[in-house]
Design a protein around this ligand. Structure first.
Ligand code: HEC
Length: 211
């Protein structure tokens, strides 16, 4: 009898200690373990997720302030089938560098506005409404993965609020033009740099995403 009582008390003691440890884990804020990043919490090994293109994307490519005044529009691309007009902009420093070099330098900022449009009497599309603003920025060492080049991306609303800075969808498509430094309109950009003239073309690519 005395022995079984001792066993019961021992079991109760173990349960109480385990309960106290569990409660302690629940009550202590995660930040107590790690002052900077929740990913570095030492106990997190079983929940550990390696950095992906998404989690590495804690940076943000900013929407350049006053871009319509500061950046240069180098091409207008019409998409007659979907009645979309795309306007592409570049920072003047990169445009100047591209007069003597065919590869966009570190520090290049490219933007694309997408507009709904209606056909004009002359058959050209006339933009009626700005729908999206896309930004790609190149910096040495900004490679997200082997398909991204040194480019990072962000998608903004017409009002300038961030819609998404997920990298994977942008990379998935722009990697198709890896041989153009991941820029679909690199030929138009180089022509604009060399002639000082804004270019105009119909889309070479019937993709939907840059609506
Ligand atoms: C389905 C394919 C596809 C995806 C996904 C895509 N793009 Fe594009 N992007 C294009 C095409 C095609 C063009 C050129 C427009 C044209 O010629 O019709 C372009 C052009 C651009 C340009 C102008 C510079 C250039 O490369 O010509 C920017 C800036 C841009 N995209 C940003 C983005 C961002 C930011 C994302 C992710 C949020 C993204 N794109 C996702 C297909 C895509």
């Amino acid at each position: 009898m005395a022995l079984s009582k001792r066993v019961v008390w021992s079991i109760l003691l173990v349960v109480a200690i385990a309960g106290a440890i569990a409660l302690n884990d629940l009550l202590l804020p995660r930040s107590w373990y790690s002052s900077s990043s929740p990913y570095q919490a030492p106990y997190a090994s079983e929940n550990y997720e390696p950095a992906t293109a998404e989690t590495a994307a804690s940076f943000r490519v900013e929407l350049p302030a006053n871009y319509r005044d500061r950046l240069v529009q180098y091409v207008t691309v019409d998409c007659p089938n979907s009645r979309i007009v795309r306007k592409m902009f570049v920072n003047p420093e990169a445009l100047a560098a591209l007069r003597t070099n065919n590869t966009p330098p570190s520090g290049t900022v490219l933007m694309m506005e997408t507009h709904s449009a209606q056909p004009d009497s002359d058959g050209r599309l006339r933009p009626t409404q700005l729908n999206n603003v896309f930004v790609r920025e190149k910096r040495d060492g900004w490679q997200v993965n082997e398909n991204s080049g040194d480019w990072r991306s962000a998608w903004y609303s017409p009002q300038g609020s961030l819609v998404s800075n997920s990298q994977s969808s942008c990379i998935g498509c722009h990697t198709r033009v890896r041989d153009r430094d991941y820029l679909f309109t690199l030929p138009a950009l180089l022509t604009a740099a060399n002639t000082g003239q804004r270019q105009y073309q119909e889309t070479e690519f019937r993709t939907s995403v840059c609506r």
